[in-house]
Design a protein around this ligand. Structure first.
Ligand SMILES: [Zn+2]
Ligand SMILES: [Zn+2]
Length: 69
């Protein structure tokens, strides 16, 4: 269980948020947090979206584009 303090609009202040029981199988990576003050659920975007994977790399590494001199 990971707790963290965030600003809650409803509580109008910094409140302790905690991860709710996840039903989506996110496990420890669940982006959802619930305000312990008012019970509002929030999504932590920066926590939800990691570095995007640009396609699948299968060993073939292309050299970076070069401008013809
Ligand atoms: Zn979840
Ligand atoms: Zn709140």
């Amino acid at each position: 269980m990971s707790d963290r303090e965030l600003y809650c609009d409803t509580c109008e202040g910094v409140v302790l948020f905690e991860a709710p029981p996840c039903a989506d199988g996110h496990g420890a990576d669940c982006p959802e947090l619930v305000c312990t003050g008012c019970g509002a659920a929030v999504l932590i975007a920066t926590f939800a979206f990691r570095a995007p994977r640009l396609g699948r790399r299968r060993g073939t590494t292309r050299p970076p584009h070069r401008r013809a001199a």
